[in-house]
Design a protein around this ligand. Structure first.
Ligand SMILES: NC(=O)c1ccc[n+]([C@@H]2O[C@H](COP(=O)([O-])OP(=O)(O)OC[C@H]3O[C@@H](n4cnc5c(N)ncnc54)[C@H](O)[C@@H]3O)[C@@H](O)[C@H]2O)c1
Ligand SMILES: [Zn+2]
Length: 693
């Protein structure tokens, strides 16, 4: 055993560390350590305090709940303290058995006494909240805080639809406090982070990406701006009770936890459908196993299950110890975040050409599986997190989503630069096919531009080319493409037209008849049109209607392939981004080769003369229309301006050349005046349309 002196030193060090991390987690919603690592420190402190009770102080992290109130919030003193829950350290089925045994012992039950009834619930990974209703109306929402004093977050919580502002039902208690977990669904978390990444890519420096749904939810609830809270979709599950009017004063008379949950449902709260009554230890074990198997498929994170003694009378008898009730316990699952080391950073190319930096990791067990790869999403993310080879990182794997690197552990990031790998940079060429890799303006992702040639994009390119709206190869679907590419029968599009009957008929699950049909469909697809062919090439940002516009404007494929960006922009609806996509695509020699080979295979279409173009006197000018014009409808005006080559935008900016203002023009007029944009009326606009500028 450690000597008292050593133990005392370790207790002090652990307490300081735990306090630091608890502050980051509870107060700032920005943990830098995985929960599993925090829990190890916590359990080590608990063990030391158990061995040396004289070292346990009243303010030890083991004796307190959560964190302090964040500055800017009004404090709320809880009428009934909001406690924590003891965690069974053993995550095998022994955890459940140990809890049942402890309860029976504490109740003084003999071995042959009947089993105890429990309620089994999910342990949602979110933020606990106390909702106070007076005569059925929500009057206050508060966070747990340190258990005694929390934060008033009523304004933020009121924006969330899953929380009733008024309880359902006729006879409502004068006072009831319903407690539960505010959480964010995983799909909404991913969507939120995707939006955040886009905002960051667009240059919004104050935005951040959230490390996990719990922190995103906590951050949304503990927001000083209710408008931001409202824009973050949150969900809620009710599971507990705070203050409530006694039955003789109009409160409900519920004898069990299960009855309370039914009451919450009747009042209009969500209660998790998985919640179950269970009798005895075996039933607890069965629930733990069943939910463990379902965990990945749930739409939200859980970090375990909670067992609660069902009878309220027994709960009272069992009572509390310091920060935890004796009648409930959390029984966890393998953590969804763990520490590991980065061995290398590679760049992978997806089916649509997206380049993704991926960290190769020392194998680590996370969320129930061994993980060796984790995504870094894109260049900005990899740099923002500053992940380098050799770093210790937090890896998160939740549900069926791809594991991701959440961040570098601060101590690891603080190592001298020479001890760490170089800063990550995106390659300038596709690691699979060598074509240029480009990142479009305002885009977060790099893409390979060798769409027709790149092995990573083969399947997608073929499917797109064969689609009904492209050259239309009847019968060439997902499965078949998969089969043909995997058997290496097709590398690039022209290979399609070299497929022979014997090869096709020899494929697994391919009848002679289907093979013959496919050959016929391929033959038929050769007779196509320029827009279909162009659309079929799968050039980024070139959809069906753009393909039509391009064909009409230029008449021939060669003219399109050779057009400069300036010439391309002259086409209706082709802006700088589309022009650039076209240019980059046709600048890849590999792509051009494929186009030539396709022509050599016999693909043909009627080529035309370039369309005779109306004069475009207003080309390059941007107009904005506002207010009610005296004689023309706004759509009409827009059409005429566009026909003359002008661009008509929805809002005024420095790039606006003219604001056409009608009656009751509002903020756009103010803005135009502030920016010094020329303001004209309908009459002047007509004049410009007729005579030019
Ligand atoms: N990463 C870090 O740096 C760091 C720091 C501090 C704490 N933590 C983590 O916080 C947790 C400890 O926090 P805690 O003491 O609040 O305990 P806890 O979060 O493990 O358990 C109590 C909480 O469980 C929640 N809960 C979810 N479902 C419930 C249900 N059905 N019934 C009742 N409660 C339910 C409630 O919010 C309640 O407040 C640990 O997981 C720890 O790892 C992490
Ligand atoms: Zn490529």
């Amino acid at each position: 055993m450690d000597s008292l002196e050593n133990a005392s030193r370790e207790v002090a060090a652990l307490s300081a560390q735990l306090r630091h991390h608890a502050h980051l987690y509870y107060v700032l919603d920005q943990p830098t350590l995985p929960d599993a690592e925090y829990d190890k420190l916590f359990q080590r402190l608990q063990a030391l305090e158990a061995a040396y009770p004289e070292l346990r102080t009243a303010d030890s992290p083991t004796q307190r709940v959560g964190g302090a109130v964040r500055e800017g919030f009004v404090k709320v003193r809880h009428r009934v303290p909001m406690l924590s829950i003891r965690t069974e350290t053993d995550i095998t089925e022994e955890g459940a058995r140990a809890f049942d045994a402890r309860i029976r012992r504490e109740l003084g039950l003999s071995a042959d006494a009947p089993p105890i009834d429990y309620v089994c619930e999910l342990k949602f990974d979110g933020l606990a909240i106390n909702l106070r209703y007076e005569h059925g109306v929500l009057v206050q929402a508060a966070t747990r805080g340190d258990g005694e004093v929390g934060e008033d977050v009523t304004q933020n919580v009121r924006t969330q639809r899953q929380i009733p502002l008024r309880l359902h039902g006729e006879t409502l208690p004068p006072v009831v406090e319903v407690r539960g977990e505010v959480y964010m669904r995983r799909d909404q978390f991913d969507a939120l982070n995707e939006r955040q990444r886009e905002k960051i890519a667009a240059g919004q420096k104050n935005e951040k990406v959230f490390v996990n749904p719990r922190n995103a939810a906590a951050g949304a609830v503990r927001q000083l701006d209710p408008a931001i809270a409202a824009s973050r979709p949150l969900s809620f599950f009710a599971y507990g009770l705070g203050e409530v009017s006694p039955p003789e004063q109009g409160g409900p008379d519920c004898a069990t936890q299960f009855d309370w949950l039914q009451q919450f449902l009747a009042w209009g709260f969500p209660v998790a459908a998985q919640t179950q009554r269970a009798s005895g230890a075996d039933a607890l074990v069965a629930f733990h196993l069943a939910m463990g198997a379902q965990r990945d498929a749930l739409p939200y994170d859980i970090d375990g299950v909670v067992y609660k003694v069902d009878s309220v009378a027994l709960q009272r008898q069992l009572g509390f110890v310091s920060r935890e009730p004796r009648w409930a316990v959390a029984h966890k699952y393998p953590a969804q975040e763990q520490l590991t080391q980065v061995l290398a950073i590679e760049v992978q190319v997806g089916r649509t050409g997206k380049l993704t930096p991926v960290a190769k990791l020392a194998p680590v067990f996370v969320g129930g599986v061994t993980v060796t790869n984790a995504t870094l999403h894109n260049e900005d993310e990899a740099r923002r997190k500053d992940v380098r080879v050799g770093d210790t990182v937090i890896v998160r794997r939740a549900g069926d989503v791809i594991p991701e690197v959440v961040g570098v552990v601060p101590e690891s990031a603080a190592r001298p630069p020479e001890a760490r790998g170089p800063v990550f940079t995106m390659p300038t060429h596709c690691p699979v096919c060598g074509s240029d890799a480009v990142r479009e303006e305002g885009e977060a992702n790099h893409r390979c531009t060798g769409g027709l040639f790149c092995a990573a994009q083969r399947k997608e390119a073929i499917l797109h080319f064969a689609a009904r709206r492209a050259v239309d190869i009847d019968g060439l679907g997902d499965k078949l493409v998969e089969q043909l590419v995997d058997a290496q029968l097709i590398r690039t599009l022209p290979d399609l037209y070299k497929l022979g009957f014997t090869t096709l008929a020899g494929l697994e699950r391919m009848a002679d008849k289907s093979a013959a049909n496919l050959i016929e469909a391929l033959e038929k697809s050769k007779e196509t049109t320029l827009p279909r062919f162009l659309f079929g090439l799968g050039i980024r940002n070139v959809g069906e209607s753009t393909a039509k516009d391009l064909a009409r404007h230029f008449g021939t494929l060669d003219a399109i392939m050779d057009a400069s960006e300036e010439q391309l922009i002259e086409v209706n609806d082709v802006g700088p981004i589309v022009a650039k996509s076209l240019r980059t695509f046709f600048d890849q020699p590999h792509n051009r080769e494929v186009v030539e080979q396709l022509r050599a295979c016999g693909l043909r279409w009627e080529e035309g003369e370039p369309a005779v173009r109306a004069p475009r006197p207003l080309a390059g000018k941007t107009f904005v229309i506002t207010g009610t014009l005296p004689t023309m409808g706004r759509d009409d005006a827009k059409e005429q301006l566009e026909a003359a080559g002008a661009k008509v935008a929805g809002s005024v900016s420095k790039k606006t050349d003219f604001l056409v203002a009608g009656a009751d023009a509002g903020s756009k007029l103010d803005k135009a005046q502030a920016l010094g944009v020329a303001v004209i009326d309908e009459a002047r606009m007509r004049e410009i349309l007729e005579n030019g500028l």
